[in-house]
Design a binder for this molecule. Structure first.
Ligand code: NAD
Length: 498
């Protein structure tokens, strides 16, 4: 646990340095208002220095054999394992999620780093026969250069690992801008990378806001790749601002994920899945279940079971063992979540439980919101269409499977989806017909594993995927290589092999 507010720095070219302006900002715990640390409020000048360092470091790093780059990631994964407890504790303070989930966030980074470390001995290309005699053809993945990594606060250790581990093993260098709500976790991540042996300049961290630091990275001519996880609005802006340099843009954006519960479902299992997916991380997951689409035969019983389960959840600080639901990230988020409660009520939805800021028992020191369930929600209401990013979920009643799929798909996002049913035919139709990057059968909408692609369709992104082998496509470009050992000039499509 943090006791005194320390001052931290940027990490550029292997040195810890202040922002050029000397300005700072504070990271404050959403759980109890404690100051976590003081960080450099950086500007374009700091970004430019970090990019220059990363650009220089790239020329050596790209030549380090990929298995050796992987070995550094193995060491990093081991270091994160050794520090799992302190990173977990720090996360409960700085970001607010409860201990078990904070441990899961750190574990995801461990898993991803081991997985990508192993990629150092794969990074497979292809060989294929030539159409000509005495000629060899192959394709190889090539690193691209400096990668700008821009991350949100909700997975402050896991998300940086999804981006930085594959970027590095592929031979790129990194300038990392963590969210201003969770700078210390970003800082610790980079410290451990340096301790693992990442050479100076290969990974740099520049703290500060999206406007000053993020935007400069996005527009910088020497940063050919931007990987951003954040809101749809930020994604649109980033894509627009990067257009002049035709950058590779990788976007992981919002969600409005639904769990479908059919009449034949195991209802108690469904309730467990909904509570975990809607209120886990206080609903602040891109994959959170903010809609529950329920077939009419089980609607009433499911609604009452859900309300009872939600009302049992204990709110509190994440570092205490018996806390189920932690705070939301900051006051702005709290106000936004509360405004959606008013919107839902005004739209005519029925507030079944929650719908208010939680106070008393020390909760006033942080930002807590009661787990909130709306019933009788129409699929077109704003609370059923817009990302709230808090502990609010909307129950939508449907007649049958077809209507459930239509409602599930009837949103602009396409990240995660889920169905609870015992009917194998419907389960397979759902796997085919739900328009989302992820479908769970008889599980909630959350719980990705690192060796499968992660990401969404429609406005959740721009067609890329994070994690698994798919991540490598973001951080490499294909090169095709033709080696002619015939000793004469052979012309493809013109000379024919005999
Ligand atoms: P956000 O979009 O406000 O910020 C994300 C990051 O972008 C921050 O580091 C921010 O400083 C930076 N940023 C903001 N404006 C920028 C700009 N103009 N140029 C460059 N950088 C800029 O998002 P948030 O509130 O931190 O996170 C919540 C959002 O992230 C939600 O919409 C959630 O669904 C989404 N998210 C998506 C995934 C996914 O994998 N699809 C995972 C987690 C979170």
């Amino acid at each position: 646990m943090i006791t005194d507010a320390q001052t931290f720095k940027n990490f550029i070219a292997g040195e810890w340095v202040n922002a050029a302006s000397g300005e700072t900002f504070e990271s404050v715990s959403p759980a109890d208002g404690e100051t976590i640390g003081i960080f450099p409020k950086s500007s374009a000048e700091d970004v430019d220095r970090a990019v220059a360092a990363a650009k220089t470091a790239f020329e050596d790093w790209r030549l380090v054999p990929a298995p050796k780059r992987g070995e550094i990631l193995f060491r990093f994964a081991r270091l994160v394992e050794e520090h799992k407890d302190d990173l977990t504790d720090l996360m409960t303070h700085e970001m607010g999620k409860v201990k078990a989930e904070a441990g899961g966030d750190v574990q995801e980074a461990i898993d991803m780093s081991y997985y990508m470390a192993g990629e150092g001995r794969r990074l497979w290309g292809q060989t294929t026969p030539s159409e000509l005699k005495d000629k060899f053809n192959m394709s190889m993945r090539m690193p691209i250069g400096v990668v700008g990594v821009i991350t949100p606060w909700n997975f402050p250790i896991a998300i940086p690992s999804w981006k930085i581990a594959p970027a590095l093993v592929c031979g790129n260098t990194v300038v990392f801008k963590p969210a201003t709500d969770t700078p210390l976790l970003g800082e610790r991540f980079v410290e451990l990378l340096a301790e693992a042996g990442v050479p100076a300049g290969v990974v740099n961290i520049v703290h500060g806001g999206g406007g000053a630091v993020g935007d400069r990275l996005v527009r910088h001519p020497d940063v050919p790749v931007i990987t951003l996880t954040g809101s749809r609005e930020t994604g649109v802006e980033v894509m627009r601002n990067a257009a002049d340099h035709l950058k590779h843009i990788h976007l992981e954006l919002g969600g409005k994920n639904a769990i479908i519960v059919l009449d034949d479902a195991d209802l108690d299992l469904a309730v467990d899945g909904i509570v975990w997916s809607a209120f886990g991380t206080t609903g602040q997951r891109c994959t959170a279940a903010s809609r529950v689409i329920v077939q009419e035969g089980v609607y009433d019983v499911l609604a009452s079971k859900l309300v009872a389960a939600a009302e049992k959840l204990r709110l509190g600080v994440g570092w205490e063992d018996d806390t189920d639901v932690g705070p939301v990230i900051n006051r702005t988020a709290l106000e936004k979540i509360d405004s959606y409660t008013k919107i839902g009520v005004d739209e005519g939805a029925k507030l079944l439980t929650g719908g208010e800021v939680a106070t008393g028992n020390g909760l006033d020191k942080g930002h807590y919101y009661r787990p909130t369930i709306f019933g009788d929600v129409d699929a077109q209401m704003r609370i059923a269409q817009e990302e709230i990013f808090g502990p609010t979920t909307a129950l939508i009643k449907v007649r049958d499977f077809d209507e459930a799929v239509r409602v599930s798909n009837g949103i602009r996002y396409g990240l995660s989806s889920s169905i609870f049913t015992r009917d194998v035919h419907k389960a397979f139709r759902a796997m085919r017909d739900l328009r989302a990057g992820i479908t769970y059968v008889n599980a909630g909408t959350i719980g990705a594993e690192v060796h499968l692609p992660f990401g969404g369709t429609k406005d959740t992104g721009n067609g890329h995927r994070e994690a698994g082998q798919a991540a490598l496509d973001v951080f490499t470009e294909w090169k095709s290589i033709y080696v002619d050992y015939s000793g004469k000039l052979q012309k493809a499509q013109i000379d024919t092999a005999e």
